[in-house]
Design a protein around this ligand. Structure first.
Ligand code: NAD
Length: 469
């Protein structure tokens, strides 16, 4: 594959004065080049979004039609865009294609979502309505794990509400977003969605730029704090979707054989590179050996390889720094006395492949338990007292999601309600949907995405008060 990946600015394909290499994580080699936007090009994109806003905010039904058309483009071109996603991200082609289809599902959901106009008083004194107004230009910044879906989680509600956007994907995965900008030129008026690419610095330019009124950011806690600080002087609104260290807690009546495949899926989806993947599992002492063995069996059976090959379930880790981080956290755990019940090391050969790893005989305090590993390695921790397990699960700055597993769903739901996190699942994990708000407590985020609540995050609330006197 070699094609020209151009930015989208004011409805046109735009190259940059410089380019940067995009690495295929399955080979470790540069696969394509992406434009490295100049500061002037960012200014042009912001100005284009600003000027498109005047018209775009006016016609809600035109916006809905455009978003439905955008959904159709996603469905029609899912495999073509999916291939680009696999090339730069590493995930298996089937998963990449499903990510593009998912983007279509989200576009369609928002295209049909009501923008409420609520009458909160209608009496002899006044009619008072609460309406939602767009904010203006949104700066959207995304990470490398689900580049396309997470971009659409922002694009669909922001555009429906009447905003326009400048989107910047991660430098590790710019190609699918560049392609998205290209294919949506067919259905969106010029300037409504601009896609620019470059390094981390480009993100900082965006958050410090005069034009955007809102920053919608998905990425790490460390960068999220920088984004919040950059937004503060101009009081730009922010939504921050940040990292997680999701606990899964098994209760004493859980069946190890039945839950192991689901736990494994919740931890290793996208090779563990999911903000809300299971990142630590708490197991009652009596079940511990069986759960470790059942998870190790899953890990040993998992097929890892180049995402373009048939039958591959898990691709490489997306990028070298992340590969080195996962390697370091696993090595640290093993040096500290943990046991690799499966995996435990990188896979020889080119690319950033790592064995699906289950770590046993490990406890809180180990770095891989306390930090976000964001990769294919899962620590399994023993507990004797449920209250203590809950305290450990909650004893973190993170609060994205978590899950509780039991034969008794009501009992599990009670325990789940005690987890300090944005989504608490029972007997499942990673069940996400367009109508379900998603966000984090504590350092895992500010605000939510999805559902009407996510849509409201791209609006200002306005009161229209009509006096009757
Ligand atoms: P990252 O924070 O390194 O980068 C995210 C984006 O921010 C990239 O586009 C990057 O170029 C940009 N960026 C970097 N420095 C910036 C700055 N100073 N100002 C503005 N933008 C800047 O994160 P990552 O490594 O790409 O992604 C992994 C992290 O994202 C993990 O912590 C994961 O949990 C989190 N994540 C969260 C969610 C969620 O919805 N909560 C979803 C996916 C990933």
């Amino acid at each position: 594959m070699s094609e020209n990946f151009a930015m989208t600015i004011d409805g046109a394909a735009v190259d940059a004065p410089a380019t940067f290499g995009v690495i295929n994580p399955a080979t470790g080699e540069v696969a394509e080049r992406a434009p490295d936007a100049s500061r002037e090009q960012l200014d042009t994109a912001m100005a284009a979004a600003q000027s498109a806003y005047a018209e775009w905010r006016r016609d809600e039904s035109a916006r809905r039609k455009a978003l439905l058309a955008a959904a159709d483009v996603m469905f029609a071109r899912s495999e073509e865009i999916g291939r680009i996603l696999t090339l730069e991200q590493g995930k298996p082609l089937g998963d990449a294609t499903m990510e593009v289809v998912g983007a279509g599902v989200w576009l369609k959901y928002f295209a049909e979502l009501d923008l409420p106009r609520e009458v909160i008083q209608d009496d002899d004194n006044a009619v008072v309505e609460v309406v939602r107004r767009p904010m203006g230009v949104v700066a959207a910044i995304t990470p490398w794990n689900y580049p396309l879906l997470l971009a659409v989680w922002k694009i669909a509600p922001a555009l429906l509400a009447g905003n326009t956007m400048v989107l910047k994907p991660s430098p590790f995965t710019p190609l699918s977003s560049l392609k998205l900008g290209e294919v949506l030129r067919e259905v969106l008026p010029p300037g409504v969605l601009n896609v620019v690419t470059g390094g981390d610095e480009l993100g900082a330019w965006m958050t410090g730029h005069d034009v955007p009124r809102k920053i919608s950011f998905t990425g790490s806690v460390a960068t999220g704090k920088r984004v919040a600080a950059a937004a503060a002087p101009d009081l730009k609104r922010v939504t921050l979707e940040l990292g997680g260290n999701d606990p899964a807690i098994l209760l004493d009546d859980a069946d190890p054989a039945a839950v192991a495949p689901k736990l494994f899926g919740g931890a290793f989806q996208n090779n563990g590179q999911v903000c809300s993947a299971i990142k630590r599992v708490y197991v009652p002492e009596a079940l511990y050996g069986d759960v470790v063995d059942a998870l190790a069996e899953q890990a040993k059976a998992a097929k890892v390889g180049n995402g373009l090959e048939e039958g591959v379930q898990y691709g490489p880790i997306n990028n070298k720094p992340q590969y080195e981080r996962v390697s370091e956290l696993v090595a640290d755990a093993l040096a500290g006395g943990a046991r690799a019940a499966a995996g435990g090391k990188p896979i020889d050969g080119p690319g950033y492949f790592f064995e699906p790893t289950i770590l046993a005989d490990i406890a809180d305090g180990a770095r891989i338990v306390d930090e976000e590993q964001f990769g294919p390695a899962l620590p399994i921790i023993k507990y004797t007292d449920l209250d203590e397990a809950l305290a450990r699960a909650n004893g973190t700055h993170f609060g994205l999601s978590g899950s509780v597993w039991s034969a008794d769903a009501d009992r599990a739901a009670d325990v789940a309600g005690r987890l300090e996190c944005g989504t608490a699942w029972v007997n499942t994990h990673l069940a996400l949907a367009p109508h379900q708000p998603f966000g984090g407590f504590k350092w895992s985020g500010v605000g939510v995405e999805n559902g009407p609540w996510g849509l409201y995050g791209f609006t200002e609330m306005q009161v229209i008060h009509r006096s009757k006197h």
